[in-house]
Ligand binder design. Structure first.
Ligand SMILES: CC(C)(COP(=O)(O)OP(=O)(O)OC[C@H]1O[C@@H](n2cnc3c(N)ncnc32)[C@H](O)[C@@H]1OP(=O)(O)O)[C@@H](O)C(=O)NCCC(=O)NCCS
Length: 178
């Protein structure tokens, strides 16, 4: 399948929210309990993504991956590091989220989304980037490691009523991914 990677438009928020919810349901079924996943709402996620367009931060970027028929099948979002986590990522920038639908995994789209985001972050003057990933999400951890990410400290948090452990990954310096 061929993909096109481009900055998201406000008109994409519903589709991004659908990928977000379906991505959680497909990818987190082994980590989060069924009630948490069933309670996810496309409308709530769409509101959240729409809010990022009301006062956009030029240092942040939301990229979508489109299949050749135009369907949005993945997205990545990142920008300045968020400071609300109990444990510091200790990086200048952060990858806030990356999700692909099951049907497009393993075809290079995740790499292209990360490459586009990292190019943008480097262009904004950020020298390092980090992210949080569920400790048990070995598939995503192998992906980040393949791109040069190094594991760091962990933190526990409440995620939809469940206590989970996340592991930090750091890219320092931010690599050029091709
Ligand atoms: C993790 C994710 C973004 C990876 O995207 P992807 O398109 O499947 O990965 P790619 O095809 O671009 O793979 C890039 C490289 O990582 C490697 N890789 C990807 N998944 C891997 C895995 N599970 N195990 C080992 N290596 C893996 C690929 O082999 C590839 O290496 P190569 O280029 O040397 O061949 C995607 O699978 C996804 O959305 N997963 C579910 C959501 C999720 O867990 N998000 C992370 C939240 S923190």
């Amino acid at each position: 399948m061929s993909f096109h990677v481009e900055p998201a438009l406000e008109t994409d928020v519903e589709a991004i929210a659908r990928v977000h919810v379906q991505g959680w349901r497909e990818s987190y079924k082994d980590f989060l309990n069924p009630a948490s996943l069933a309670g996810l709402s496309v409308e709530e996620r769409a509101r959240m993504w729409r809010s990022t367009f009301t006062a956009p931060d030029p240092r942040a970027l939301l990229l979508v991956g489109r299949a050749s028929d135009g369907e949005i099948v993945g997205f990545v979002c990142g920008g300045p590091v968020r400071l609300e986590d109990a444990v510091s990522l200790d990086t200048a920038a952060e990858v806030y989220a990356i999700y692909l639908l099951d049907k497009v995994k393993g075809q290079g789209l995740g790499r292209r989304l990360m490459a586009g985001l990292f190019d943008h972050l480097t262009g904004q003057g950020f020298s390092s980037a980090g992210l949080w990933v569920l400790r048990d999400n070995l598939s995503a951890r192998r992906f980040y490691e393949r791109l040069g990410g190094k594991p760091g400290p962990g933190q526990e948090l409440e995620l939809r009523g469940q206590t989970v452990t996340e592991i930090a990954y750091r890219f320092d310096p931010i690599p050029t991914i091709r």
